[in-house]
Ligand binder design. Sequence first.
Ligand SMILES: C[S@@+](CC[C@H](N)C(=O)[O-])C[C@H]1O[C@@H](n2cnc3c(N)ncnc32)[C@H](O)[C@@H]1O
Length: 203
Amino acid sequence: MPEMPPSAKATLTSLPYRLLARHVILPWMLQGVQPTGEGLEIGAGVGAMSAQLLTLFPKFRMVATDYDTELVGMAEQVLSGFGRRATVQRADAARLPFQDGRFDLVLSAAMLHHVIEWDSALAEAVRVLRPGGRLIGYDMLDTVPIRLMHLGEGHTTSLLRSAQLEAALRRLGMIGLQTKAAMGGNVMRFSATKPEPEAAGQP
Ligand SMILES: C[S@@+](CC[C@H](N)C(=O)[O-])C[C@H]1O[C@@H](n2cnc3c(N)ncnc32)[C@H](O)[C@@H]1O
């Protein structure tokens, strides 16, 4: 599986990125959601988002996953201060090694466009959510500026269109779907809930 270039890994560990994650990206993604219980982050990189969530919500627990072994090692260091509230595990988002319905929240931050089988990753995220659990995230969209940004990465990125993502989440039966584009339409946040059995079939 393709790995991120060293420059991108360096960005994920930088102080400016961590500050941006905490003060801008995470509040924008969460839209006021107050996570409780246990969350899963797919494609967690060095665990910057998970670390900020654990800091902001002191009772919340997180399992941070990524398929890149080097980033998993870095995430273990970043999250070591949270003790048993944080677990780090190497996992392919398209084949998650977790039981159905385990998590209260799944976070997907800027990672789906790196997954060629992004629809499998979404299906897996929904599978491991408990009924009533939330999928929250954001991603790059298929626009000219974002394509230019990823020039040279070739087949390792699969930029999404907002309608594709919305349709995929609907097909998976998710409800309460909310999306909002930002940064001139180049990125989109999304949030959706896995229905309780009696609510399945609602819009
Ligand atoms: C742009 S980084 C985002 C990292 C982190 N979510 C954040 O916002 O700080 C994308 C991450 O997705 C990971 N990734 C790509 N494909 C993956 C897959 N199939 N399964 C798990 N992780 C994957 C990469 O290794 C990388 O860490």
